[in-house]
Ligand binder design. Structure first.
Ligand SMILES: [Zn+2]
Length: 196
């Protein structure tokens, strides 16, 4: 795709032998689109091997590459542990109990009431009915890490190992959104480009 790019920032890099350059780009076709992006480059091999330009909090800033890599490693770990947790025998036990509980309900209306009351579904009864194809299928389609805690509350089955891992994952989730400290003076405000 071709594009229109405008240079919005150019300044010497940290060591001074190259430059930090940022361009603001939009597609150069006439139809309306929301897509826009920034080309970010450090034209110095020393600095580009040590630093990265990233977007955070409506700014483009120079940060340590090792900090970015640490955050990426935390993201990978978080996503792997989330997937793993859903296959733990303890999780399967909890989901098995949920399935039994739903199967024991006298009607689909009763299943909807139960899940609605526990904030496990926000669907209207008619839409819930249309999709309902048994408890096992509902569990397969709707259970994720973010609502596993609500299921545990509903069943009142607080397996310490599971609850502990969920707490650690929540901590990890918050850590991966942590702000990466800037290096040097390269702070480019891009807030007004966001509305373009
Ligand atoms: Zn440099």
């Amino acid at each position: 795709m071709s594009s229109d790019c405008t240079e919005i920032y150019r300044s010497p890099c940290i060591c001074g032998s190259g430059e930090v350059i940022v361009e603001f780009c939009t597609p150069d076709h006439p139809w309306p689109t929301k897509s826009k992006w920034f080309n970010k480059s450090v034209t110095c091999s020393k600095c580009s091997s040590e630093y990265r330009l990233i977007e955070q909090d409506d700014k483009i800033t120079l940060v340590r590459k090792s900090d970015v890599e640490k955050r990426e490693a935390r993201r990978d770990e978080y996503s792997k542990r989330c997937n793993d947790l859903l296959t733990w025998p303890e999780t399967e036990k909890v989901l098995g109990q949920l399935e039994t509980l739903l199967d024991d309900q006298p009607s689909i209306a009763a299943c909807h009431r139960l899940l609605h009351k526990s904030a496990l579904t926000s669907e209207s009864y008619s839409s819930f009915c249309r999709k309902w194809n048994g408890a096992d299928e509902w569990i397969e389609d709707n259970v994720h890490l973010y609502n596993l805690g609500k299921i545990i509350d509903l069943l009142d089955k607080h397996i310490p190992l599971l609850v502990d891992e969920m707490e650690q994952l929540e901590k990890l989730r918050k850590e991966q959104d942590e702000f990466i400290p800037y290096v040097g003076e390269h702070v480019i405000d891009i807030s007004h480009y966001q509305e373009w």
